[in-house]
Ligand binder design. Structure first.
Ligand code: ADE
Length: 248
């Protein structure tokens, strides 16, 4: 996969050189290019923003440098139909399903917004997607772009060591993950659940599934309505509800 990021802060993207993403780049699984938006301006001051039509506070990012940057990227990459993503609090709310959808693309271009916003013609005439990473406002789109790239790249086959660990993640089946433990078996009075020490694979599988359901029910009941639940899951949920009723 090729990923291009257009930003006024290219130096903000060092986290994409580290750890799993750094290794994926070194292995040639993902080819990430960072572009300085100011390189696509035509004036002496390399201006990327201007006053808003209609007045009001703050500055608006000009459309021309974004269009010029994307056109230059497309000339070089020669990919067909890349996804061109504008990061903005007004966008579609990012989630694991969108990450999966983007992970199947061969070329993503991310445009990082700033200031009060980006001239609407970038959304209308250039971007294929507008994405928000949450209902809060960041100072710029750089962190949002890195969140999207990180969540997408780890889903590309070969990036995370064990495919199984990606498949079992929180959200991959619409549920939160089960609790994880490692040694020691007892730490500051907190014991690892006995079943995990038993070596009984089927009992461990059932315990994990039930605890994933318990967490989802308690922390994110909204996810349960959309999850694909089996007959066994429904029985576990019945048990959990009964256990909770007994505790109160
Ligand atoms: N830019 C500023 N806030 C943002 C958010 N929540 N998501 C995406 N881009 C943003």
């Amino acid at each position: 996969m090729r990923i291009d990021i257009v930003t006024i802060f290219p130096e903000a993207f060092t986290p994409l050189e580290l750890s799993i993403l750094g290794r994926a780049r070194a292995a040639g699984i993902v080819d990430i290019h960072i572009h300085n938006l100011r390189d696509f301006t035509t004036d002496r001051h390399r201006t990327v923003d201007d006053y808003p039509y209609g007045g009001g506070a703050g500055m608006v990012m000009k459309p021309e440098p974004f269009f010029a940057a994307v056109e230059a990227i497309l000339r070089e990459a020669r990919t067909e139909r890349p996804r061109i993503i504008l990061t903005t609090p007004q966008g579609r709310l990012f989630n694991q399903a969108i990450a999966r959808e983007l992970a199947s693309c061969d070329h993503l271009i991310l445009l990082c917004g700033h200031y009060e916003g980006v001239d609407e013609r970038v959304a209308l005439g250039l971007a294929t997607d507008e994405i928000s990473i949450g209902d809060y406002v960041l100072t710029g789109g750089e962190l949002a772009a890195m969140v999207i790239v990180d969540a997408v790249v780890r889903l590309i086959p070969g990036v995370v060591g064990e495919e199984e660990s990606v498949r079992q993640d929180s959200f991959s089946e619409g549920l939160l993950d089960y609790p994880h433990y490692t040694r020691p078996p007892e730490f500051r009075g907190m014991r690892v659940p006995e079943v995990l020490l038993s070596g009984h694979h089927e009992a461990i599988r059932r315990w994990r599934r039930k605890e994933a359901l318990r967490r989802t029910l308690l922390r994110r009941p909204d996810l349960l309505n959309r999850a694909n639940l089996t007959e066994e899951d429904r029985r576990f949920l019945e048990e959990i509800r009964r256990e909770l009723a007994e505790d109160t």
